[in-house]
Structures are given as structure tokens and as C-alpha cells.
Design a binder for this molecule. Structure first.
Ligand SMILES: Nc1nc2c(ncn2[C@@H]2O[C@H](COP(=O)(O)OP(=O)(O)OP(=O)(O)O)[C@@H](O)[C@H]2O)c(=O)[nH]1
Ligand SMILES: [Zn+2]
Length: 353
């Protein structure tokens, strides 16, 4: 691939101006966009095509990038190297970003940058939770992207007018779409976001249909969809490491593990509010770590017996709890081992110095 026009990949005046102000007189230093991040290795796209790149300075660790490590979606300046890896010199100011707190060193970790739209993906069949959607919206506005609400799996729901009504109350000025990746319903209306040089991120809990939607928009299978039985609505968490996905010419979806995790952190925080009645009951259980299974003095089971708590609701509570826990633990394990490796590397370098 050669002679790429980076503008088609979102390189707009906002970034161009930054570069102009730097007055660089080296012809080999060019703007590029980060499309993949591996341990020390990056993949960037510039006018010279797709290339491998490394950070300037130390191969392993670089203080000058401490707070500004490039992330997927970033526009950067690279020194073009026809013989090998390009060298990343500078991260340009971002127009939007999602970040989360790194659990190891409590630093901000940016998980996606420079997207235009934030698709808030909510499944109609069981995921609908207005409080959570409100938080997603707040998150999206804060990120600098434009939120769009997508209600998925509308083939499973004959009447969703009530959901739309509820959404209209909280989502001022935000476009709301009901779609089905199975029947294709509503997909055409989303096409206005699938434009050249636009970048999207998808925010939403596991199993709501983010991968399916991406595939449907692309018109081909780019992402693996894990089939679940609709009767138990459980999401699968086998999402592998993907990064920038090219849906159509110059239209991109950022899908990083960190981005997926955002939906989950939020789901956990949302547990309390969503099921505040059950959490409240649980306060009265004899044991503070009661699992509401067979422990004596369980207030939740008592409520179930007395029918003051519906079995259906309790089942949903357990479902969400299980989903969130499972996914969180997996992500945490991954994160820990990644951070452990990074620390090991830093230690080694200190040693050598
Ligand atoms: N009925 C119906 N099922 C759907 C639709 N879209 C996705 N599904 C199903 O929902 C399940 C989850 O879909 P995915 O696209 O993998 O969901 P995801 O949000 O990417 O999930 P994670 O990868 O776990 O984050 C799969 O079994 C899909 O077949 C839809 O429009 N209608
Ligand atoms: Zn209990």
C-alpha cells in the first residue's frame, strides 16, 4: 500500500494545524495514525502505507512518553524508515478519548482516541437499563465524541415504543435507532455514520451485539460473533485482541480490550442501582458475604419465599452479576499480567542503568 491519503483516515485540520505549528523541516517526519498497539510495537498508517513503528528513544521504556503513550486512534508524527520500523516522535493532541484508571499504578490509561461517534449499544431483550444508558451518555459526551444510541436485537421485541419513550426523556438531541443485525432492520439509517474518514467506538456490555453490528455494517464478517442461546442471554467473553477495524473505505471502528472493559466496569458500578431492591434486602442477610444460596438467615431467599421479590428479577440479578464478575476477572487477570511484564522490564532497565 502506498500513496495513502491520510485525510481519508480522519487526518483533519485539527491535526494539520498542530503539525504546521511545529515547523518541522525533516521531510521524512510525517503524520500517521496508530491502528494497532502491541507491547512495544505499533502499527501505523501514513502516506507510505501501513508500517510497523516503535517509540523514539529506548526500545523498552521511555520516560518522555510516560503520560502520553500512543493509543489506538492516535495521530502521531513518525520518522519514516524505508528499511525498517518507523519511529514515533510525538503524539498529537487528541480531539476525543476514552480512558480508564490503570489498576496497577493508578495512572490514566487511554484506551481509544480521536473517534467521532460513540455508539452506545444496548440490547432490547434484557440489557435495557436507563440508569446505565444515562451513564454511557455522560461518558460519551465527556469523551469528546458524539453519542448515538443503538437498540439492538429488535427482532426479539415486538413493541419497543416504551423503551424509545424512556430514552427520549434522557437522551436530548441524541439520535436513537432500533436495529436488528439479523434481519437488517434499521441498518440503512446507520449508514450516515459509516462515512469515509469517520471513526466510531462501540460502548456496551458483553453480548449486546457489538460484533454482529460491526459485521452487518461492514457487510462481511470481520469480527467473531459468539453464539449464545437467547433463552439465557449470556454473553461470551472470548473477544480477541482487535484494534482498528476498517468497516468500509476509510470508515473505522476502534475495538480494543480496554474499550470493551469500559462497558463492564460500568456494568459493575451499575449493579447497585439497577438492583437496588435486592442489594437492600441483602443488607439484612445474616452474613455480609451471603450468596443467597443456602446460608441461614438469608433475607433475599425469605423475600423470594414470601413472593415480595420476583423470581424472574432475582434470576436477572444473578445473570448480570455472573456476567460482570466473569468478564471483570478475566480482564483483570490480563491487565495484571501485562502490567507485571511492564514492571519487570522497567526494573531490568533500571538495573542496567
Ligand atoms: N436475535 C438477535 N440476536 C443477535 C443480534 N445481534 C447479535 N445477536 C446475538 O447476540 C449474541 C452476541 O452478539 P455479539 O455480536 O458477539 O455481541 P458483543 O456485544 O460483540 O459481545 P462481546 O464480544 O462479548 O462484547 C450472539 O449470539 C449474536 O448472534 C440481533 O440483531 N438479533
Ligand atoms: Zn442472602
Amino acid at each position: 500500500m502506498n500513496n495513502i491519503n491520510l485525510e481519508e483516515f480522519g487526518y483533519s485540520d485539527f491535526y494539520k494545524r498542530q503539525v504546521e505549528e511545529m515547523n518541522i523541516d525533516d521531510k521524512d517526519i510525517v503524520p500517521a495514525r496508530v491502528i494497532e498497539v502491541h507491547k512495544e510495537q505499533y502499527k501505523v498508517i501514513s502516506r507510505f502505507g501501513e508500517k510497523s513503528a516503535k517509540l523514539k528513544g529506548s526500545l523498552f521504556y521511555n520516560d518522555s512518553f510516560e503520560n502520553e503513550y500512543p493509543t489506538v486512534g492516535d495521530f502521531v508524527l513518525v520518522k519514516y524508515n524505508p528499511m525498517g520500523d518507523d519511529v514515533i516522535y510525538e503524539v498529537l493532541k487528541r480531539k476525543s478519548k476514552f480512558s480508564r484508571l490503570d489498576s496497577w499504578n493508578l495512572k490514566e490509561q487511554i484506551v481509544a482516541a480521536n473517534f467521532d461517534y460513540v455508539f452506545i449499544v444496548v440490547s432490547m431483550n434484557y440489557d435495557f437499563n436507563i440508569k446505565r444508558i444515562e451513564r454511557y451518555i455522560a461518558c460519551a459526551w465527556q469523551s469528546g465524541g458524539t453519542p448515538v444510541i443503538i437498540l439492538t436485537k429488535c427482532d426479539l421485541c415486538s413493541d419497543y415504543s416504551e423503551m424509545i419513550e424512556k430514552l427520549n426523556e434522557i437522551a436530548f438531541g441524541i439520535d436513537i435507532f432500533a436495529v436488528s443485525s439479523y434481519t437488517g432492520y434499521g441498518i440503512d439509517e446507520l449508514k450516515k455514520y459509516i462515512k469515509r474518514n469517520k471513526t466510531l467506538v462501540l460502548l456496551g456490555s458483553s453480548g449486546v451485539g457489538k460484533s454482529s453490528l460491526t459485521n452487518t455494517l461492514a457487510g462481511k464478517e470481520i469480527m467473531k460473533v459468539n453464539d449464545i442461546r437467547e433463552d439465557d442471554s449470556k454473553g461470551r467473553h472470548t473477544t480477541t485482541h482487535r484494534q482498528m477495524i476498517f468497516v468500509s473505505d476509510g470508515n473505522m471502528v476502534i475495538d480494543t480490550p480496554g474499550m470493551r472493559e469500559m462497558g463492564l466496569w460500568d456494568a459493575e458500578n451499575g449493579m447497585d442501582e439497577t438492583f437496588s431492591d435486592i442489594e437492600e434486602l441483602a443488607h439484612n442477610c445474616k452474613f455480609s458475604d451471603c450468596t443467597h444460596n443456602s446460608e441461614p438467615g438469608c433475607a433475599v431467599r425469605k423475600a423470594l419465599q414470601e413472593d415480595t421479590l420476583s423470581k424472574e428479577r432475582f434470576k436477572n440479578y444473578l445473570k448480570l452479576q455472573k456476567e460482570v464478575k466473569f468478564a471483570m476477572e478475566k480482564e483483570k487477570r490480563k491487565l495484571k499480567s501485562r502490567e507485571f511484564n511492564n514492571r519487570k522490564k522497567k526494573m531490568k532497565l533500571k538495573w542496567r542503568a
